[in-house]
Design a protein around this ligand. Structure first.
Ligand SMILES: Nc1ncnc2c1ncn2[C@@H]1O[C@H](COP(=O)(O)OP(=O)(O)OP(=O)(O)O)[C@@H](O)[C@H]1O
Ligand SMILES: [Mg+2]
Length: 323
């Protein structure tokens, strides 16, 4: 961590404990979020991205169980251990310190409430006075790129892109320091996706917040993230500065993800990743990527690769690197 670290995730592991099996959704994940930074979390479906993000807000529900590790938040009132927060502390932390646009948020707006009432409720609940709320709703909608008249609308009257902008306005309504966006653009067409992404980045700069951007689409984080964490089977396979991850990826999984991006500029063949991720409810022997990896060798079959530094700030969990 550095002096500008605002959140520190240390060796976090999460299981879903079902009657007949236990799914190791997140295993020993560590990462730092610095002030004003964009952190990309990338990985295929089921790699544990949402589970990880939920623990940042202590929102994990049954049958989810924290198996170990911690989430430390460095706020204006000092350092706090998020996973040990009491309900009263959590109420102040969520929305006001760290806020999240949930995966499938577009369908989670209350269909029978006007946008202004949904936004107003959140603000009042978090201590804003009734008389400032009204002005604040307009301000937040404008920040998200919407006009004031949207406030009188019901969700069904808005397009997908507009609903997602409302979610951005909602998530920012209590001035959080960190915004987590979980697949915030996935359900949108590419043009609207780009607009939402551009808006998120502008807001990040204007409001000096940190953004944790979660996606299965590695091409989306290429131009926006300062640092990227590539997740595979609940673990970080590779992490580092964005330019390094894209210009000199080390882990075969990251290379495969990058090779699967279609490109307009150059004629390259797009290569999907063969096979499927491992079943997280079964014990994984050796490297979790071994069955899909073109560079697999004996050691990968028996020994779990640890994250090792490949260059300053750049780590990969692969036996090709380090001894
Ligand atoms: N409530 C739950 N009960 C049991 N298993 C769960 C639950 N939620 C998630 N899982 C399992 O935990 C693993 C990680 O899921 P998670 O939703 O965190 O992945 P993800 O990377 O966000 O995937 P996606 O890209 O599809 O959103 C998966 O194997 C998933 O099936
Ligand atoms: Mg998810």
């Amino acid at each position: 961590m550095t002096t500008s670290t605002i959140m520190e995730v240390v060796d976090l592991s999460v299981d879903y404990v079902l009657p007949d099996r236990t799914i190791k959704a997140v295993s020993h994940v560590s990462l730092d979020v610095n002030k004003g930074e964009v952190i990309g979390i990338v990985g295929e479906s089921g790699s544990g991205k949402s589970t990880l993000a939920m623990t940042f807000l202590k929102l994990l529900e049954y049958p989810g169980k924290i198996k170990g590790g911690k989430v430390v938040y460095y706020g204006s009132e000092g350092k706090s251990d998020v996973l040990k927060m009491k309900p009263s502390a959590l109420r102040k932390y969520r929305w006001k310190e760290v806020s999240m646009i949930f995966q499938s948020a577009m369908n989670s707006l209350n269909p029978v409430m006007r946008i202004e009432d949904q936004m107003g409720d959140v603000m009042v609940e978090h201590g804003y006075k009734e008389d400032e709320v009204d002005e604040r709703i307009d301000y937040m909608l404008q920040l998200a790129g919407l006009t004031k008249n949207v406030r009188k609308s019901f969700p069904h009257e808005l397009s997908g892109g507009m609903k997602q902008r409302v979610n951005i306005a909602l998530a920012l309504s209590c001035d959080p320091k960190i915004l987590i966006a979980d697949e915030a653009t996935t359900a949108l067409d590419v043009v609207v996706q780009r607009q939402i992404l551009t808006r998120l980045l502008k807001l990040k700069d204007d409001l000096s917040i940190s953004l944790i951007f979660i996606t299965h689409d590695i091409s989306l984080v290429a131009n926006i993230a300062d640092k990227v964490n590539v997740m595979y089977a609940g673990k970080i396979a590779e992490s580092g500065p964005s330019n390094e991850i894209f210009d000199s990826p080390q882990h075969p999984y990251t290379k495969a993800l990058l090779a699967s991006i279609p490109s307009l500029e150059q004629e390259k063949s797009v290569k999907g990743i063969r096979g499927t991720p491992p079943d997280l409810s079964e014990e994984i022997k050796g490297c979790p990527f071994k069955d899909r990896c073109d560079s697999v060798f004996d050691r990968c079959k028996n020994e779990v690769p640890e994250l090792k530094m490949v260059s300053q700030g750049h780590y990969a969990a692969c036996h090709l690197y380090g001894r």
